[in-house]
Design a protein around this ligand. Structure first.
Ligand code: NDP
Length: 508
């Protein structure tokens, strides 16, 4: 029997909840209904944001230390019950239990970092006041925005939105979270865990439903939207944000390239390639979708990747290499891209159109795919990978940079200097050298994309500042010997100012 989840945020009575419609979350492995959730409309979303306003005041008033204590308690509660959360993640996405648990681990690392570092990053600090303003004490601190609306995807239904939620909360904001319609249970689980600790302060609430619920959240008067999802949806969200000048951080799709140089450790590179391309059934925004390999080692590398990929077993069990396509309609995108690549002269080194056996897709390795094929330039979000040739690293960088997306990239070479030089030239928010996804568990590193992959940063100090506004204060310590901020400026002071200007800045 499907379970009707009681998802009322703390402090809300049943009477206040006016939603009539419900929707079901399903296990993508067998379509079984897991639970039902409300379709929250404009009124419910607005009420949640209103409640969040009150809670935000309490939360801000706690200061960094007070918030840190609550956030670390929440973290401990999540970690202590990680298995149960991982079960919800696995059921709603279909991913293997181990992958789900790893997701919890990563999310908890970020929450811990955000809680512990918010005070240091955002607290008031002195900045140099400069020679001309030596009589002023200059300080800056970062204040919370108020209420942040978080809109999340389904592929990493915990790790991804928590990259916004943890940092927004640590910065002193209340959060209203709209999860993907495919993974509402994960969102409700974390909100309930919060409510079990702080039942009277709805600092974190969840609203559920479809795209319209997301639109209602964008229009609700929140102080910022943190969106993670596809690029086309980000454009719609941005247009809605424009109606009210609501600021937006947009974490969107990717088409990440891996560059494999002739001097690379090919076994290691092949191992990472297979993990980056097929882990989570390729449904990873920073998954490896394109691989450019030096001509000289191309055949050898392809052989190694194919040999490792052959061993993968997609399925619904805990021991599966990866699970099903979580979102049914993404299968058609994968089918279309395979057909497009093969229709334009690509080779299927492993698998092909017959690899699609819904809800699973066996791994597909395509080689020598034309650079203008949809498989090479559009996000696939499925267990296929394109392996093409590069003349040298410069050629690889040029090919990697030739698409509109710019989220992540990786380079495999033994030459660290060349790798770091190429990393500078790659048009992406993050680069890993001799590994893939190496940044995901480094909370201090900001994460985000360029171009079609979005803008703004989550994680790290930049992620904390993304959910804050700078407040600058100058305090006059003593009267300036040369006072220019007066309507009765002295000729002598102006003479000194003119001399200073020329001496300090006018000498080539
Ligand atoms: P979608 O863009 O389909 O949806 C993202 C979220 O937006 C969902 O909660 C969705 O709700 C909601 N939404 C849909 N329409 C609107 C609207 N008009 N206004 C407001 N909200 C709306 O993405 P997916 O969930 O399919 O996620 C996959 C995508 O996410 C991929 O492109 C992937 O690359 C990207 N992604 C990016 C990451 C990053 O950090 N850069 C990380 C993870 C994923 P509903 O589901 O109910 O329709």
């Amino acid at each position: 029997m499907p379970q009707q989840v009681d998802q009322e945020p703390s402090g809300v009575t049943g009477d206040e909840v006016g939603a009539t419609a419900v929707f079901a979350s399903r296990d993508p492995r067998n379509a079984a209904v897991l639970a039902e959730y409300r379709v929250d409309g404009v009124a419910e979303v607005n009420r949640a944001v209103e409640r969040a306003r009150g809670a935000a005041q309490w939360w801000e008033g706690l200061g960094f230390d007070g918030r840190k204590r609550w956030l670390l308690s929440w973290k401990s509660a999540i970690a202590a019950d990680a298995q149960s959360l991982a079960e919800v993640i696995a059921a709603e996405t279909g991913k293997p239990a181990g992958d789900a648990l790893l997701e919890v681990m990563l999310a908890v690392e970020h929450l811990d970092w955000a809680a512990r570092n918010a005070g240091k990053v955002l607290g008031r600090r002195k900045v140099p006041s400069g020679l001309v303003s030596a009589n002023q004490e200059a300080t800056v601190r970062y204040q919370p925005l108020g209420v942040v609306g978080v809109i999340g995807p389904w592929n990493y239904p915990l790790y991804t939105p928590m990259g916004s939620i943890s940092y927004a909360l640590a910065a002193g904001n209340a959060v209203v979270f709209k999860p993907s319609e495919l993974t509402p249970g994960v969102a409700v689980w974390i909100a309930e865990k919060w409510n079990s600790l702080v039942p009277n302060q709805p600092v974190l609430q969840v609203v559920t439903g479809f795209g319209d619920t997301g639109t209602a959240l964008v229009r609700s008067g929140v102080d910022k939207i943190a969106f993670t999802g596809s690029t086309p949806t980000a454009k719609k969200v941005m247009a809605t944000c424009a109606e009210t000048l609501t600021p937006l951080v947009a974490e969107c799709g990717g088409k990440d390239a891996m560059l494999v140089c002739a001097d690379a450790d090919l076994d290691q590179a092949a191992d990472f390639a297979v993990f980056g391309a097929f882990g989570n059934a390729g449904q990873t925004c920073v998954g490896v979708e394109r691989i450019y390999v030096a001509d000289k080692v191309f055949d050898n590398f392809v052989q190694k990747v194919v040999a490792k990929t052959r061993r993968l077993r997609p399925g619904g069990g805990a021991d599966a290499s990866y699970g099903p396509m979580t979102m049914e309609r993404q299968t058609e995108v994968v089918r279309g891209q395979i057909a497009d690549a093969l229709g334009h002269g690509a080779t299927a080194a492993l698998g092909g159109p017959d690899s699609i056996r819904e809800p699973y897709i066996e791994p597909v390795v395509l080689t020598d795919v034309p650079e203008d094929s949809s498989a090479t330039c559009e996000e696939t979000f499925g267990p296929t990978v394109v392996i093409n040739r590069m003349a040298d690293l410069d050629d690889g960088v040029a090919k990697a940079n030739a698409v509109g997306y710019g989220l992540g990239a990786s380079i495999f070479t033994r030459d660290q200097r060349r790798a770091l030089d190429a990393a500078e030239r790659l048009r992406s928010g993050v680069v890993t050298v001799n590994s893939v996804l190496g940044f995901a568990a480094v909370p201090a590193l900001p994460f985000g994309g360029v171009g079609e992959s979005g803008f703004g940063r989550i994680h790290g100090a930049d992620g904390l500042r993304e959910f804050s506004r700078a407040k600058s204060v100058t305090r006059q310590k003593y009267r300036a010997p040369m006072n220019l901020l007066t309507m009765e400026r002295k000729a002598r002071d102006m003479k000194i100012a003119a001399w200073l200007l020329k001496t300090r800045h006018g000498r080539g």
